[in-house]
Write a protein that binds this ligand. Sequence first.
Ligand code: NAP
Ligand code: 8YV
Length: 318
Amino acid sequence: MSRIAILVPGKIHERVLDRLKDRFEIIAVPREGTLALDGEIAGRIRGVAVSGSFPGAWMDQLPHAEVIANFGVGYDGVDVKHAAEKGIVVTNTPDVLNDEVADTAIGLLLSTVRELPRAEAWLRAGNWKPGTAYPLSRFSLKGRHVGLYGLGRIGLEIAKRLEPFKVKISYHTRSRHADVSYDYHPTLRGLADAVDTLIAIVPKTPQTHKTIDADILAALGPDGILVNVGRGWTVDEEALSAALASGALGAAGLDVFYEEPTVPADLLEPTNAVLLPHVASASVPTRNAMADLVADNLIAWFEKGAALTPVPETPQKA
Ligand code: NAP
Ligand code: 8YV
């Protein structure tokens, strides 16, 4: 019996392919503007494993696609509206990366507040000599009031990790959580007015576009800190680089950028920014767990008739 064909456009974690190759026929194609597939092959494809975008036009090339397994909890690259219209189930990789991303968020917060990467660079540059010391960091985490923009799976883990640091914690989401004691703010502006430190961990949606703008940064103020581990889409980077350069904002720690992998020169310039190349989930164990969940979703769909972690926008077929 011929094996079910799974399309893999562009690169994906090697473990996804290792897990799938004995059960499925893998059709690996380069990631280009259109899917380079002839009609016969396209007609055989029933599943997709993808890391990165998967536009609606590609779905239209696959008349028998049933499921698209996305590598990542954020699935903003996959046209889920189009998938839902076509009855295609989209899956993502929730929960298995919560701890890693939350740990990285705390590391990035501390690095930003205490200038740890700059202090290390100072040492490596040979500046530590008898009689010298790295300058005192301007900021401390002690006594800060941290606002979480997003309190979902990862946001909650960040909040739990913040508790032992004895900072006050508040949050903004669209819906209030009945089960947490943190102060709730129904608007982002209200949260930014209340706190001096903002951690963004919201998805890329039309509603979150450049919501962290000049007004929000001004509300955080000259002693304010911004950390973004969600999506670069959420931040107005021009306003951010201007605020960092002028001192209107104290410092920023960013794991994500608007147009990755491009980091605007104006953001590279200010020394009061800590910049990471989207590494929040990027450890071997966590990426392996994400790869397993991609594979397990496809296996569950084709062997048991139901995916493990479908996204809410796409229906799970009976
Ligand atoms: P989640 O459980 O769905 O949580 C999302 C949170 O954002 C919820 O609290 C949600 O609350 C809030 N939210 C959504 N839209 C909002 C809006 N318009 N205004 C205010 N709050 C809003 O997702 P998650 O698993 O925590 O992941 C969050 C995001 O982090 C992912 O979508 C991804 O983009 C990003 N991420 C980045 C990395 C990285 O490597 N840097 C790794 C993993 C995830 P309400 O629905 O009540 O508003
Ligand atoms: C990954 C992420 O870097 O899960 C997400 O939403 O942003 C990260 O864990 C990304 O998905 C890998 O391509």
